[in-house]
Design a protein around this ligand. Sequence first.
Ligand code: HEC
Length: 421
Amino acid sequence: MPMSRLFKLLALAAAMIPVSALAEVTFTRDVAPILQAHCQVCHRPDNIAPMSLLTYQDARPWARSIKQQVMQRNMPPWFIDQHVGIRKFKDDPSLSEQEIATVTAWVDAGAPQGKPSDMPPPRQFEDADKWHIGKPDLIVSMPVEYTVKPASSDWWGNFIADSGLTEDRYIKAVETKPTPGGIRVVHHAVTSLVYNDRPEGGTLNEYAVGKNGDIYPEGSGKLIKAGARIRFNMHYHAIGQPITDRTSVAFVFYPKGYQPQHVINTMLSPNNDDLDIPAGADNVRSDAYFKLEKPARLTGYQPHMHNRGKAQCLEAIYPNMTVEQLSCVNRYNFGWQIAYNYADDVTPLLPAGTIIHTTTWHDNSSKNPFNPDSRNWVGFGNRTTDDMSRAWLNFYYLSDEEFKAAVEARNAKQRELSSQR
Ligand code: HEC
C-alpha cells in the first residue's frame, strides 16, 4: 500500500474517534457542570445529603463512591426502570448515559482536577424555604411545633389546622414541606382535606425526602371548600440530635371564579391488606386492581411500600383485554418516596373500564439493607415495620367526547412526528 494511502486511512480512523475519548476528562471542565446540574441541590452544606460536592476538594475523596452510585443509578435518586413503559417525565433529574460515562471516565483516570480556569461559576441556590410551585397564595402550617428527641422510636400522628379559607377555591398547585431544619427528621408528611371532622376532601399531597410539589396540568385543579381544615399525617424519624419541625402546606390558586375543566383526584390505590410476606422470603409478589368507571388521564404515579418494598409495576388492562405496561420502579428504595409525573404528551389516556393493575414485590430477606428483622412474618399495617403495597395515582376523569378528542389529537401528533422522520 502506498504510504500516502496508508496515511489517509490512519487520518480517517483518527477522525472517527470522538474527541472526548482522546482528551483527558477533568473535574473542572467536565464533571463540575454535571454535579452542579444534578447533585448539588442536596449535596451542599446543611442539606439532606451527608457530604458536599461543591468543589474539587469536596468531591475528590468521594470519587470511587460517586462512580459506584452513578453507575448503579442510585444517585441522583430516581428509581424508575428507564427501559420499560413510559419514558418521559416532568422534572427527571437522572443522568444520561453520556454523563454517566463522563463521570466514570474521570474516576478511572484518577479523578484529575484539570485547569482551575475551566471551573464554571458556582451555582446559585434558592433559600431552603423556597416553594417549588411558585409564589403561594396560601400557606397553612401545623398548629404546633413537634420536637423529635435525639433517640426515640418512629412516631406517627396527625395534626389538624384550620385553612382559614372563607370561600371555595380551585388550586393549581400544592406543596407540602417541613421547616428547613426539619427536613432531616420528616420521613413523610401527607396532607389531606378535612370537612366536618372527617377526611372527606381527599388527599392533597405527600411530602417525602427529595420530593417537590404537584403542579397540575393547565386547565385542571383541585377544589378546597370554605372552612376546610388540613390534616398533617406525620411520620418522624430520630437522627441522634433534637430537631424541631413545623411542616406547612402551600397552595397556588386559580383566579377567583375560575372553574378548571378537570378536577384532579389523588388516590391511594386499593390495598391488598391480605399482604402475606413470610420470614426471610425474597420476591414476594402481591397484586391489586382498580377499575376506572369513566375515561381518565393518568398524570402521575408514586409507589408506596415500606421497609421490605423492592419493586412495583403499573399496567393498564384495557377493556379489549390488551395489556400495556405503564411504569416499573425496579429499584424501590424505602429512603426515597419519589413521585413520577408523566410529561404532558405521554400521560396515559385510559378508556372507561380500564383496570389499573399494580404488581408489587417485597424482599424480607437479610439481603435487604432496610430490613429491620428478616426473622419476622410481615403483613399489612401503618407502622414502618409493617408493610404496604399501594400506589398514589394522580388522575382526572374525561367525558367520552373529551377522551375521543384527546386520543385523536395524540394520534395526529404521532402521525406528524413519524412523517417528519
Ligand atoms: C435529592 C437529593 C440528592 C441528589 C439530587 C443527589 N444526592 Fe447523593 N445522596 C443524597 C442523600 C440523602 C444521601 C445519603 C444516602 C441516602 O439517603 O440515600 C446521598 C448519598 C450519596 C453518596 C454515598 C455517600 C456515602 O456515604 O457513601 C454518593 C457518592 C452520592 N450521594 C453522590 C451523588 C451524586 C454524584 C449525585 C448527582 C449525580 C447525587 N448524589 C445526587 C441526596 C442526594
